[in-house]
Write a protein that binds this ligand. Structure first.
Ligand SMILES: Nc1ncnc2c1ncn2[C@@H]1O[C@H](COP(=O)(O)OP(=O)(O)OP(=O)(O)O)[C@@H](O)[C@H]1O
Ligand SMILES: [Mg+2]
Length: 385
């Protein structure tokens, strides 16, 4: 046995889920050869036991084919993340917490809020991902200045894009610019599931999820696929927006999702020249609604031109102008959200068992794990059309 033979044999072992082998990845270390006996270490990035098992099995096979007698494989893997206190179905178990950002109405600033809260949490030392679950109208890539960046695809998995200290994925990063999507409900469900299962998210403290407006298939699928730790509602101060926001808060209640608070966006206007704050759409009007749902308004974010230009130019205000009034308010809101998340976990976490689809016997549900291997035809007949 020589080191060359060992390396050549191990270069036939493909890292599970990828197209490259463990030698090319640089995972093989400390090769010790003693006659025909070989021992070595494989330093892998995944804590999933099935990944380690597959590598050991294939490495032993390849080395024995190459003439080795005794093969000792030491697997060095990151420690399994602390078991979350949450229960029920979770198709992305390496992510500790999920924050669903919702609104009853479109255009109130969900995406802007998601971006700035995600960056604020990262600046507070959390490992953060941002999932743009707005399948029809993905805006996150532009808001983070990564509209032209295509993600790296490895085997049947996709690596999230990195920007401003967070991991990001969006339908906008996976399709050509301007391509419009007209998707049926069943395909939206499939897309949300794939965003959670087939994106190689790191072991994140929190995944912030920017939802499409309203309370539909995407929201339900998300709640059924992972235990959503907390929900955040974004509203503007006008009465009509508040009416819609009530529906968003009501949805959280129905889905058993604890509410982390309300962000009142476009609340007043800060003039860029004088810094004076004006009341435009009303201010503080969300307060009674917060009381009604036993939650609080965690930030009033003014209309500030730098927020809009930051979004259009891919320069989020929380990162670019951390001393601005709005950035400070996003930072405070992020602190409050994290406190709530810790409190929820300390009290036993969340459970999404009660919101799982109920299907008649013999009919497979669209959004249960088993369905992912079978090609989806339409929602009809599977209990969740
Ligand atoms: N506080 C603010 N000050 C100035 N502009 C803002 C503010 N909040 C959001 N905007 C701007 O308003 C527009 C709509 O915001 P955004 O895209 O975040 O809303 P949304 O709720 O995600 O919309 P949709 O429902 O279409 O997904 C964007 O151009 C954004 O830059
Ligand atoms: Mg949006």
């Amino acid at each position: 046995m020589t080191e060359e033979i060992v390396k050549s044999a191990l270069s036939k072992v493909i890292y599970p889920g990828f197209t490259k082998d463990i030698v090319t990845f640089g995972f093989v270390k400390d090769i010790v050869i003693n006659g025909d006996d070989v021992s070595f270490t494989v330093d892998i990035t995944s804590s999933a036991p099935e990944v380690a098992a597959q590598i050991v099995e294939e490495a032993e096979k390849e080395l024995q084919l190459a003439g080795a007698k005794k093969v000792t494989v030491n697997i060095k893997a990151p420690v399994m993340p602390r078991e979350s206190s949450s229960r029920g179905k979770n198709i992305a178990p390496q992510i500790k917490n999920f924050l669903m950002v919702s609104s009853g109405k479109g255009g109130v600033g969900k995406s802007t809020t998601s971006v700035n809260i995600a960056i604020a949490l990262a600046q507070q030392g959390k490992k953060v991902g941002l999932l743009d679950a707005d399948i029809y109208g993905p805006n996150i890539p532009r808001m983070l200045g990564i509209a032209d960046v295509k993600p790296e695809v490895n085997g049947n998995k996709v690596l999230p894009i990195k920007a401003y200290g967070i991991e990001v994925m969006s339908m906008g990063s996976l399709m050509e610019e301007g391509q419009s999507l007209i998707w049926r409900g069943a395909m939206i469900m499939k897309a949300i599931e794939q965003f959670l299962r087939d994106i190689l998210w790191s072991e994140l403290d929190v995944l912030v999820i920017d939802m499409p407006p309203g309370t539909g298939d995407a929201q339900l699928t998300l709640a059924q696929s992972v235990p959503v730790t907390a929900g955040l509602t974004v509203t503007t101060p006008q009465g009509v927006s508040l009416d819609d926001s009530r529906r968003s808060l009501d949805m959280f209640k129905k889905l058993n999702i604890p509410i982390a608070g309300i962000i009142e966006n476009m609340s007043g206007f800060i003039a860029p020249d004088t810094g004076v704050e004006y009341d435009i759409f009303g201010k503080g009007t969300s307060e009674p609604m917060a009381k009604e749902f036993d939650t609080k308004v965690i930030a009033e974010i003014p209309i500030e031109p730098a927020i809009r230009t930051g979004g259009d130019e891919g320069k989020p205000i929380t990162f670019i102008a951390p001393t601005s009034e709005s950035a400070k308010r996003y930072m405070k809101a992020a602190e409050s959200i994290w406190e709530t998340i810790e409190e929820i976990n300390a009290n036993g976490g969340v459970d999404n068992e009660a919101v799982q689809p109920t299907t008649p016997p013999g009919v497979s549900a669209c959004s249960t794990g088993g369905a992912s291997s079978a090609p989806q035809s339409s929602g009809g007949g599977c209990g969740c059309s």
